[in-house]
Design a protein around this ligand. Structure first.
Ligand SMILES: [Zn+2]
Length: 376
């Protein structure tokens, strides 16, 4: 049993960087309230968002596309693409194929881009290279074993925006439905990925980008590319969104949050809970509780049962990665480590805390960036 659970959401002391105020409310609820203020859903918020869309259309004049939308076949990214078209934008859908797409995920992308008549650009990672990077993160014994995908997606989206002269990159994240991942659970930066790969990987990576800090600064401050999490600006209720996607785009659900990727399913349902005691449902449910989409008592009840996993998915994952049972046993039993055990940009980011705060308050960087990495 965790030592303390938040009195408002269900995050608890299994989150290493959590803290509680005198009312027993956690630091992640505070982040939620702060993001509510920067992304209000009232008339003022709506007005600002429609001004932003006008600005995007204006900037996109003369270009083939107004914005890039990262798509995975999952609910959030598919709906973001749908909204972009509905708002009259001309998006280019970009998908990063890391070799782990589920069949449902692939057909969701195909159906959505066909029905919305949107061009799709798929960047395919060389499987041997990507596998080498994923295994390096497993051997590193950190809970960030899914960040190679997340960071490669971010790097691909910014690279594609730069290449096609597009100034806006849309993502489907929302703090109201997914929360903000604690850095003790999920941390990523380019130096971290390169250093873990240098220590535990065997191959050179050349088929997909791993953006450095200077590239990120170049995209942000020289090319003025902005990242926008569209669901944070609109009413975004899972039940309604599911209906729209199913009826209008032939979209299918794949059974769990982000399980459109087989590796993500393995990672969330088996690797994280069994090795780190991390149950990511707590993050998602907490976000849904704060945004009034789930009852706290229902969430508490649901997490009483361990995260369900399918042993076939575990076996499939090991065989696809080429890990023997013995190697996997060593990985599962190795002492837990964190990003702080490896070279990262984290110390530099802490030194740059105030400029980053200013950039976030001006929405040059997403406000969530400061809250996640440097808030508290
Ligand atoms: Zn809380």
């Amino acid at each position: 049993m965790p030592e303390q659970t938040c009195s408002r959401c269900i995050l608890d002391t299994t989150v290493p960087d959590i803290s509680f105020n005198s009312n027993g409310i956690c630091s992640f609820c505070r982040i939620h309230d702060s993001l509510e203020k920067t992304h209000p859903l009232d008339t003022n918020g709506n007005k600002k968002f429609s001004e932003l869309i006008d600005e995007i259309k204006q900037q996109g004049k003369g270009n083939e596309y107004d914005c890039i939308v990262g798509v995975s076949g999952g609910r959030d990214s598919t709906y973001t693409l749908y909204k972009a078209v509905e708002m009259g934008l001309r998006p280019l859908a970009v998908h990063f194929d890391n070799g782990w797409n589920s069949e449902t995920g692939v057909s969701n992308i195909k159906n959505a881009t066909n029905k919305l008549n949107v061009d799709l650009n798929t960047v395919v990672a060389d499987w041997e290279e990507f596998k080498d990077l994923q295994k390096a993160f497993l051997w590193a014994s950190v809970s960030d074993a899914e960040v190679p995908t997340d960071y490669a997606i971010l790097s691909v989206l910014l690279q594609e925006a730069d290449r096609s002269g597009v100034k806006y990159v849309f993502n489907g994240h929302s703090f109201r439905t997914e929360g903000v991942a604690p850095i003790g659970w999920t941390y990523m930066d380019g130096r971290y990925i390169r250093s873990v790969h240098a220590l535990f990987g065997k191959m050179k990576i050349s088929s997909f980008p791993i953006m450095s800090m200077s590239q990120l600064l170049y995209y942000t401050f020289i090319k003025h590319i902005r990242m926008i999490d569209v669901p944070e600006f609109i009413e975004y209720k899972h039940s309604e969104v599911n209906d729209v996607l199913t009826n209008k785009l032939g979209w299918k659900y794949y059974g769990g949050h982000h399980h459109e990727s087989v590796y993500t399913e393995f990672f969330q349902s088996y690797y994280l809970p069994k090795k780190f005691g991390i149950d990511k449902r707590k993050l998602e449910y907490s976000a849904l509780i704060r945004s009034g989409q789930m009852k706290r008592e229902d969430a508490l009840k649901e997490i009483e049962n361990p995260y369900p996993f399918n042993s076939e998915i575990v076996d499939y994952t090991l065989s696809k990665l080429g890990l023997t049972k013995e190697e996997f046993r060593q990985i599962m039993e190795a002492p837990r480590k964190s990003f702080k055990d490896y070279p990262t940009y984290y110390p530099i980011m802490q030194l740059g805390r105030y400029p980053i705060k200013v950039a976030c308050s001006l929405h040059i960087l997403p406000p969530v960036f400061y809250e996640k990495y440097l808030g508290g």
